[in-house]
Design a binder for this molecule. Structure first.
Ligand code: FES
Length: 88
């Protein structure tokens, strides 16, 4: 079996390894991180839900740009990912 190549990014300052080209959301879930923002009402945890860019539950900040959909953004080396409330 061939190992997938990995790239290093950071999530809230901690190292995050993942397969280049797969989604940021996939890398987070593979690392055991299932929520990275909370809802405005009730502060309920959110992460991947639809996985296809529709629900916007997976919003996070990518390289300083807020409100990016983790399920659609491909993971790349050196990426700086930050959790947050997902609201600009
Ligand atoms: S999980 Fe629904 S938009 Fe990303």
């Amino acid at each position: 079996m061939t190992e997938n190549p990995t790239v290093a990014a950071t999530f809230d300052g901690a190292p995050l390894l993942g397969v280049p080209g797969r989604s940021v959301g996939a890398a987070l879930v593979a690392a055991g991180i299932t929520s990275w923002r909370t809802t405005r009402r009730g502060a309920r945890p959110r992460g991947l839900f639809c996985g296809i860019g529709v629900c916007q539950d997976c919003l996070l900040t990518v390289d300083g740009v807020p409100n990016q959909r983790a399920c659609l953004v491909p993971l790349a080396a050196g990426m700086v990912l930050e959790s947050g409330d997902g609201h600009a």
